[in-house]
Write a new protein. Structure first.
Length: 66
């Protein structure tokens, strides 16, 4: 199926504003949960470096490598 064929079908399947709103809310919630999980992971890792290892996380000096 080509995008030109798919697009009108997709628009018809999402014709009601409530459907689009629920899809938007789900997407935003998913992005928010992902960001929260990522932030929590870094917070736990950095805390362990500061409190347990007594050093600085590599993220500060080499953000792409770590």
């Amino acid at each position: 199926m080509l995008f030109a064929d798919f697009c009108p079908e997709y628009v018809r399947a999402h014709s009601r504003p409530a459907t689009r709103a629920v899809h938007c809310a789900g997407t935003l919630l998913g992005c928010g949960l992902f960001a929260a999980a990522l932030g929590m992971s870094y917070a736990l890792a950095w805390t362990s470096h500061f409190l347990l290892e007594h050093n600085r996380p590599a993220t500060f000096e080499h953000p792409l490598w770590s």
